[in-house]
Design a protein around this ligand. Structure first.
Ligand SMILES: *Cc1c(COP(=O)(O)O)cnc(C)c1O
Length: 238
């Protein structure tokens, strides 16, 4: 089948890149979670990803992801929300296993209440707006600090680390300073965090720059195009 064959060739190439980058950085490849970003692709791609052994899938829209989840209830995968989350969608978002886009203490509180009501315990990352780009989402650094403090009182959700989406550049090296800053911010936040909070995860790096992110300490890389091919406009999930 064409989707399976293309995906398994792409996956072999991505794993090879990931393994080499980890080796060059003196890290074990198993420390780095490969998230296959299936946004805009349909159920056939989701099923092919699971069949190829991918266990973490990334989506950027809540509704689109819920439809795919409903269509593939038995797949042994964890779902990651990597796109902006409006607070009025918090109730729907607690079905994700990981949410990478927490950008305010208020959203954290809503997610915690919704997760407690639903009997869920999603793991969360703070999306940090390091570059202060007007068009991008994410918490400024002082809000990130507030989120860390607030998280100590959460009952259901668990804060695990930080995520960044650097300004776009086709030069992968341009992302390195942002990855470094995210790691430094994590270290600074961890040093002042309440004792119960552990910020072990750094979600950074995409198809064209994930090797650089691995060199700078990424524990999760979010890879779409290099696995599934070029995205066309969002289409129906079928
Ligand atoms: C789409 C997307 C990715 C994947 O991008 P590729 O360049 O296709 O690998 C990663 N992170 C976020 C937040 C995204 O929206």
């Amino acid at each position: 089948m064409e989707i399976e064959a293309t995906l398994s060739a792409n996956l072999a190439a991505v794993r090879d890149r990931l393994d080499r980058a980890a080796a060059a950085a003196g890290r074990a490849p198993g420390e780095i979670r490969l998230i296959a970003v299936s946004k805009t692709f349909g159920v056939a791609h989701v099923e092919a990803a699971a069949a190829a052994g991918l266990r973490d899938l990334g989506e950027n829209r809540v509704q689109e992801a819920l439809e795919k989840q409903a269509a593939t209830p038995a797949l042994p995968v964890r779902w990651h929300l990597i796109g902006h989350l409006q607070s009025n969608k918090a109730r729907k978002a607690v079905g994700f296993d990981w949410i990478h886009s927490v950008d305010s203490a208020a959203l954290l509180g809503r997610l915690d209440r919704a997760a407690a009501d639903a009997g869920r315990s999603p793991q969360l990352l703070i999306q940090v707006d390091l570059a202060r780009e007007a068009a991008k989402h994410g918490a400024p650094e002082d809000e990130a600090r507030r989120i860390v403090e607030t998280s100590a009182g959460c009952r259901a959700v668990r804060l695990r680390g930080l995520m960044v989406l650097p300004p776009w550049s086709d030069d992968p090296e341009a992302a390195r300073p942002w990855f470094r800053r995210l790691r430094a911010l994590r270290d600074a936040l961890q040093a002042r965090a309440p004792a119960s909070v552990r910020l072990d995860e750094l979600s950074m790096g995409m198809s064209h720059d994930f090797e650089i992110a691995i060199e700078e300490g990424a524990t999760m890389v979010r890879v779409g195009t290099a696995l599934f091919g070029r995205r066309t406009n969002p289409v129906s999930i079928r």
